[in-house]
Design a binder for this molecule. Structure first.
Ligand code: NAP
Length: 255
């Protein structure tokens, strides 16, 4: 039996770990896009780089006799999710999307929704002068015209221009702590945070820190997902789906 996990998230890695521990006879291949210079690698086989669109992915599924496909990519990686849906249908391979739930505003949160990075940039001048930008190294061009604002840009790898003229880069990757996020907001006198609605615990402490400090947060909404694809919200649920599908035995307590 062969499972292909489209990865690039901590949930994808965790699913590969669960399968390695509980279904050692299963061949698990994790696929990464190759965006990060030194990715944290999951157990099992790993392949890196694009497939060449939905057709290329369908060919790969057939050539490697894949029995199940898990789309565990980031909620903002929309192209690969649509490719996965099309390829799975073409190759007649069962597909599950592993998607962490989005964040929900709570009491005391001052959130502003944006439909895109460009919309987020348009909101900023009315919200603050010192911006903590946590949307990743891609897409900084959307903020490049905001010459009056100062940006703290946090990303895993160094960004590339175009970028805002007044900017400091902080290279780091989650999980982040609440104390660390409080300190960042304080030290850099941040008055607005920009985030994608990535969901998950690893990067959520910035939202708590912003709430405590009364700092506004611009939340970029998720892109649409392909319809008709069954979903799991966590790696344990995805493992149980595979367990049933491939008759691997029961995956209990596997989150
Ligand atoms: P995307 O826009 O949906 O995909 C662009 C192209 O990259 C796809 O068409 C595909 O190329 C290739 N690709 C994407 N994910 C792949 C994977 N797991 N394995 C092999 N090829 C992949 O994706 P993206 O937003 O650039 O994200 C790239 C990767 O970074 C994803 O794996 C995602 O999980 C991870 N990530 C993204 C974000 C984010 O905010 N977008 C945040 C954290 C992690 P082909 O068409 O040639 O197959």
């Amino acid at each position: 039996m062969h499972v292909l996990i489209l990865g690039g998230t901590s949930e994808a890695r965790r699913l590969a770990e669960i399968l390695a521990a509980q279904a050692p006879d299963l061949t698990v291949t994790s696929s990464l896009a190759g965006r990060v210079t030194a990715p944290r690698l999951p157990p099992g086989e790993v392949r890196i780089g694009g497939f060449g669109g939905a057709g290329g992915l369908a060919d790969w599924l057939g050539a490697h006799h894949v029995d199940a496909l898990i789309d565990a990519t980031h909620p903002f990686a929309a192209t690969i999710s649509f490719n996965a849906a099309e390829a799975a249908a073409t190759a007649h391979v069962p597909l599950l999307a592993l998607r962490r739930p989005g964040w929900v505003a709570g009491d005391g949160d001052v959130w502003h929704e944006a439909g895109s990075l460009e919309e987020a940039a348009a909101l900023l001048p009315a919200l603050g002068r010192r911006v903590f930008l946590t949307t990743g190294r891609m897409g900084l061009a959307a903020f490049a015209a905001l010459a009056d604002l100062w940006f703290l840009v946090r990303s895993v790898d160094a960004p590339e221009p175009p970028w805002p003229p007044r900017m400091e880069v902080l290279l780091d990757r989650g999980p982040f702590t609440l104390d660390g996020e409080r300190e960042l907001l304080r030290r850099h006198r941040i008055d607005v945070v920009v985030t994608k609605d990535s969901g998950g615990a690893a990067t959520a402490p910035k939202l708590t820190a912003a709430r405590e400090a009364g700092v506004s947060v611009v939340v970029v909404r998720r892109p649409p997902v392909p319809v008709g694809v069954p979903e799991a919200t966590g790696p344990g649920q995805a493992a149980r789906w595979l367990g049933t599908l491939l008759e691997l035995g029961v995956f209990l307590d596997s989150d």
